[in-house]
Every structure is written in C-alpha cells, then in structure tokens.
Design a protein around this ligand. Structure first.
Ligand code: COA
Length: 146
C-alpha cells in the first residue's frame, strides 16, 4: 500500500537513512533541527513501512519553501516523485498558501526537468552557491487559491 504521512521526530532514523543513501544533505543533528523548526513539516511517501520519498517544507506566512525533496534511487522514474509533489501542491492549496519556492542546482538537470513539469519557473540565480561552484536556480510556483 502506498501512502503519504507527516513524519515526526521519532522517525528521524528513517529520514537520516534515506538521506544517507541518496543526497547526504543533512547530518542527524541537522535532521533533528529540522523537526524543531517553526513552520517546518516533513512528509514521507511510504510503501508499507518503507519510506521511499521525503519532502521537507517550511511555511512562512502564505508561502512554503521546499527545503528537501528526494525519492529513493531504486524507486525513481516510476511516478513516485510526482505523486508526492501533487500531494504537496494540493495540501498547500488547501491551506491557502500562495506560492511554493525552492532552490535547485543548475547542474541538476533531472530535478530541473521534474520541477518544470510542475510549472515552477526560475525567478533568480544565486551564483556559486554550491560547494562545487554551481549556481542555485531560485524557482517559484504560484498556487491556485480559492
Ligand atoms: C527529482 C526526483 C525527486 C524525481 O523523483 P521521481 O520519483 O524519479 O519522479 P517521477 O518518477 O515522478 O518523474 C521523473 C521522470 O520519470 C518519468 N516517469 C514517471 N513514471 C514513469 C514510468 N512509469 N515509466 C517511465 N518514465 C516514467 C516522468 O515522466 C519524469 O520524466 P521527466 O522529469 O523527464 O519529465 C528524483 O530524481 C530525486 O530524488 N533526485 C535526487 C534528489 C534531488 O535532486 N532533489 C531535488 C533537489 S532540489
């Protein structure tokens, strides 16, 4: 069974494990900080008890910043990332948020293509933002609110 749920700090090990096996963005301490940050919500995409995708957002006023979005390597290109993104968009729209924001490396072509499909557009660039010297593209998507 596939489902999405909000993850709490008790499940930090699962987040850390998925991260370590994919993009290794945060240490366990950094994950612990994420759980404590005001406005931060962490969603997990699960197949039975296995977390195969994670998305971390931080809501500030009427906008949500996507700070983390990953699918387990073995499960990519099967529609799971899109499933998680569609869930997130609907969830944010229901909460009357106006915009989704994110940053992605100019070299991350897979993610860029993925976000373009969801109509994120580039609104700015942070030069030499990443350790490898690549630029960060700042992207935004306007949400449909009632
Ligand atoms: C970006 C990422 C989350 C996408 O996750 P995903 O599960 O592969 O996403 P999807 O399967 O929904 O879509 C990916 C592609 O597979 C295609 N696809 C989906 N189902 C498919 C299927 N059954 N058969 C063939 N292709 C399929 C989609 O059309 C899409 O193609 P496109 O992006 O070239 O248009 C994933 O690549 C990832 O975790 N990357 C590393 C982390 C990362 O870079 N995160 C973003 C940092 S800002």
């Amino acid at each position: 069974m596939i489902f999405i749920k909000q993850i709490n700090e008790k499940e930090i090990d699962l987040c850390y494990e998925l991260d370590s096996n994919t993009i290794s963005l945060w240490s366990k301490k950094q994950w612990a900080n994420e759980f404590k940050k005001e406005g931060t919500k962490i969603f997990g995409l699960l197949i039975s008890n296995l977390i195969i995708g994670i998305c971390v957002i931080q809501v500030v006023l009427d906008e949500a910043q996507i700070n983390y979005f990953v699918v387990n390597k073995k499960f990519r290109k099967k529609g799971f990332g899109s499933y998680l993104m569609c869930y997130l968009i609907k969830k944010c729209e229901k909460s009357n948020l106006k915009k989704l924001l994110l940053e992605v490396s100019q070299n991350n072509f897979t993610a860029e293509k993925f976000y373009s499909r969801f109509e994120f557009s580039t609104v700015g660039i942070r030069k030499n933002y990443y350790k490898d010297g690549s630029h960060a593209l700042l992207k935004e998507k306007n949400l449909t609110t009632k």
